[in-house]
Write a protein that binds this ligand. Structure first.
Ligand code: PGA
Length: 264
């Protein structure tokens, strides 16, 4: 059986400020990716750039795809001023969809909304990347029940077969973005990868007893201040890849992270 490819998801957030710059970064990723064999790279630009960047994808760029950072869940086309539907982002070339990023949860996205989006994404053949992660660590292990709850509520109602399509990104909030001091410690990441797998297997062993297939080993990514100096240690923590914010806009650094994943 061939080895599972590592995954590298670039969350560009609300960057860059122009299509010209977006093209420049995307073409640099495409160039660097030409040498990469064992990494599936997913660029998640602002939705407005999806279609023009999709036009730059060539048949030989099989390891490079596009994802969206958000989409609205209702397929109905009325009364949703300002929203972009899953159908539209799919049509624009997205294959993946980030759901429940902490920056969206901060804007009021609840576990219930995350769940509705996740189910809608699967209907539109988008691979959901479900982001979970605690705000802070505590000595009593409350962060574990917090993350468990996010996973269980996010996946509620999904069959084992559907859940197997979901990529989980463990992103502790304290490690994300400019205000973060540093990434999570590799040992803590290992703990969370094992924990996430256990939560999933508990959920779906129950389903299996009811006659469904069990879940294959799910892909668990890590996100939060990933950069070339810490990428190898974080990867060794047992993750299937990374979700990268800031460093995904810095072409050389992103290529370095990609190369570290490629040789793993
Ligand atoms: P960061 O962002 O890499 O800039 O910490 C990660 C994320 O937003 O998912």
């Amino acid at each position: 059986m061939s080895k599972k490819k590592k995954m590298l998801v670039a969350n560009w957030k609300m960057n860059p400020g122009s299509l010209e710059k977006a093209r420049e970064i995307f073409l640099a990723v495409r160039r660097a990716g030409a040498k990469v064999r064992n990494v599936e790279t997913v660029i998640c630009p602002p939705a407005i750039f999806l279609q023009p960047l999709g036009r730059l994808l060539r048949p030989e760029d099989g390891n490079l795809s596009l994802g969206a950072q958000n989409a609205f869940y209702d397929a109905g086309r009325t009364n949703h001023t300002g929203e972009i539907s899953m159908e539209m982002i799919r049509d624009a070339g997205a294959e993946y969809l980030i759901i429940g990023h902490s920056e969206r949860r901060k804007k009021g996205e609840s576990d219930e909304t995350v769940n509705i989006k996740l189910r809608a994404a699967l209907e539109f053949s988008l691979t959901p990347i479900l982001c979970v992660g605690e705000e802070a660590r505590d000595g009593e292990g409350l962060y574990l029940s917090f993350v468990k709850n996010q996973i269980e509520k996010g996946l509620q109602g999904l069959s084992a077969r559907e859940a197997a399509k979901v990529v989980i990104a463990y992103e502790p909030v304290f490690a994300i973005g400019k205000r973060a001091d540093e990434a999570a410690k590799p040992d803590d990441v290992t703990e969370m990868v094992i924990f996430t797998r256990r939560v999933l297997s508990d959920l779906y062993t129950r389903a299996q007893k009811k006659g469904e297939n069990s879940l294959n080993t799910p892909t668990v990514l890590y996100g939060g201040s990933v950069a070339p100096p810490n990428a190898a240690a974080l990867l060794a923590a047992g993750v299937g890849g990374f979700l990268v914010g800031r460093e995904s806009l810095r072409m050389e650094e992103f290529a370095e992270i990609q190369a570290i994943l490629d040789v793993s």
